[in-house]
Design a protein around this ligand. Structure first.
Ligand SMILES: NC(=O)c1ccc[n+]([C@@H]2O[C@H](COP(=O)([O-])OP(=O)(O)OC[C@H]3O[C@@H](n4cnc5c(N)ncnc54)[C@H](O)[C@@H]3O)[C@@H](O)[C@H]2O)c1
Length: 368
């Protein structure tokens, strides 16, 4: 392949989500969809009607040995992400794999090492990083408009759909964890409580609290049991406050509101002054996140760079999921996350004290 050649891509998994990836890749400059693969013939038939020139196969091995294919886009069930991605990297293909990168952080580390050894792009599909409101809030934060961040709240709740093979954290948190990491970086501790309210065998509600290095607090609310669908994030800073509501017609509102402590007039008497300034609704680009995501994947291959949704982001999201599950297992005990990545020790007594609270040292599950 010369730099000017378009990247030959194969899409694997053509159920609910895969056809959206095919549609966006089809329109991505610098890429051509050479092949598509699904075990279910009816998914292939549906695609053939729309894209008669794409080579179709039920066998993943056919895609691996196809020399026209230099990149594989995987949209299969979560349990298959690790084995399929591993085989694709071993076959020398660049890989985009839907979120989460894998089920365990040890698997993520192995995939990252493989990609690095072979000089291949490995990209997890954290689509929200490409959504115009999320990008706009990132710009607002990077410009320091909010001042010092005090706290943030993330709500992702709706009625259904109960999953049989994943709890509500694994189902819903990857989106908010990726947004949190993108905006604010890694928390230093986390604690989580949850319950299986209806007795389905899976947690259907979870509340996750996190502490950021600057002292800011983050609360995340996840549930399959809510009367209405809500995707709402509020960030409160010393300068301004921002509300991001994905389901609203005004997806971002920036409030010039806050509180200041005035100099005491007499001994010990602090006065608070509330500021209620303008509310701004920024104009957002109409770009489709998936189109931007596929373009970033293809450009990252051409330019030999890391995509915005990086492999480290993929690992960190899975680390946060595992830390939340560990805290859930210990009835909400805080889990310390500020250990250096790659510290593979498993602590003998995992409970120690921090500020009077028992804290679980988390070093991630040991490698198999
Ligand atoms: N980024 C997002 O917003 C978003 C949204 C929805 C789904 N997803 C992700 O997309 C992935 C797929 O979800 P879905 O809802 O489309 O699932 P789905 O069950 O509807 O489709 C998965 C397809 O993969 C096929 N498949 C499974 N194993 C295969 C194999 N070894 N070789 C070839 N084909 C195989 C199945 O036959 C099926 O058609 C999941 O990882 C999910 O997390 C992401």
């Amino acid at each position: 392949m010369t730099p000017a050649d378009p990247v030959g891509v194969a899409v694997v998994g053509l159920g609910y989500w895969g056809p959206n990836l095919v549609r966006n890749l089809w329109e991505t400059e610098g890429a051509w969809v050479a092949a598509a693969c699904d075990r279910r013939p009816k998914c292939l038939e549906a695609l053939a009607k729309r894209y008669p020139t794409i080579g179709l196969t039920e066998r993943f091995e056919t895609v691996l040995s196809d020399e026209r294919v230099s990149a594989i886009v995987i949209a299969t069930p979560v349990a298959t992400h690790y084995p399929l991605t591993r085989e694709a990297l071993l076959a020398g293909k660049h890989v985009f794999v839907e979120k989460p990168l894998a089920q365990r952080s040890g698997e993520c580390r192995e995939l990252i090492a493989l990609a690095e050894e072979r000089g291949l792009v490995l990209m997890p599909g954290h689509t929200f990083l490409y959504s115009p409101p999320v990008r706009r809030v990132k710009d607002i934060l990077d410009a320091g408009e909010l001042g010092e961040l005090y706290f943030g709240t993330f709500s992702r709740v709706n009625l259904g759909i109960h999953q049989s093979d994943a709890n509500v954290v694994r189902d819903l948190a990857p989106h908010d964890f990726s947004i949190l990491l993108h905006w604010l970086g890694e928390p230093i501790f986390l604690r989580a409580i949850g319950r299986d309210s209806v007795g389905s065998g899976q947690l259907d509600v979870a509340f996750i609290d996190m502490g950021m290095p600057n002292g800011a607090l983050v609360h995340m609310e996840l549930s399959w049991l809510s009367p209405t669908k809500l995707r709402r994030t509020v960030l409160v800073g010393s300068g301004k406050m921002v509300v991001y509501e994905d389901t609203s017609s005004e997806q971002i509102r920036v409030y010039d509101r806050g509180v200041e402590i005035l100099e005491p007039q007499s001994f010990g008497e602090h006065q608070l002054a509330y500021r209620t300034g303008d509310i701004l609704t920024p104009r957002l680009d109409p770009d489709e996140p998936l189109r931007l995501e596929m373009a970033d994947f293809v450009d990252a291959i051409g330019e030999g760079r890391e995509p915005v949704s990086s492999k480290k982001m993929g690992l960190d999201v899975v680390r946060l999921i595992e830390a939340a599950e560990m805290s859930l297992e210990f009835n909400g005990s805080p889990v310390a996350l500020d250990t250096p990545d790659g510290d593979r020790r498993r602590s003998g007594d995992r409970r120690r004290s921090r500020g009077g609270m028992p804290v679980l040292d988390w070093h991630g599950p040991a490698q198999d």
